[in-house]
Design a binder for this molecule. Sequence first.
Ligand code: VGL
Ligand code: ZN
Length: 192
Amino acid sequence: MSTTVHPDNDALIVVDVQNDFCPGGALAVPEGDAVVPVINRLLDLPWKTAIATRDWHPAGHVSFADQGGPWPPHCVQATRGAELHPGLRAERIAHIVSKAATANAEAYSGFHGTTLAEYLHTLGVRRVFVTGLATDYCVKATALDAKNGGFEVYVVVDAVRGVEASPGDVERALGEMSSAGVSFIASSSLHA
Ligand code: VGL
Ligand code: ZN
């Protein structure tokens, strides 16, 4: 399948490609940094807009193990771990959406507690192409919210990686997205 990017109504969403989710980071996703060259190529295409989300937690966030949460401390605001991966061509990203930025609430989706949906609708975006980390958490939640928000949603399969805390998590996440009407596409099928 071959899909042309429409400069009037297509948006690229880069989810949480941050140092802490890459090898060496506090919550490293296996091969997390492998998405960077794939996303960089996609950033060359003529999107209406390309946006990045970032996990942006205060110290003592409810998701951290020292607060009884499931994760080691990660993506603490204004630390190196919270920065976008330095290899990402960030100059091509029009807008960065920070999420899960209050201590007592978790938010996996880039749409949760943000103005992302309004931003995209105002620009006339109809289709969103989702990339980044992690397939079984923030990519899944972002893709499902995008679908619920009225967008046509594609996950770029070679531009995402998962945590896979339990075997099968990524497969299940893909199944949930598929059941919700999310489509899957290879980056090589996307062109100008
Ligand atoms: C994420 C776990 C905790 C993600 C964020 O970006 O998928 N996963 N916080
Ligand atoms: Zn987090």
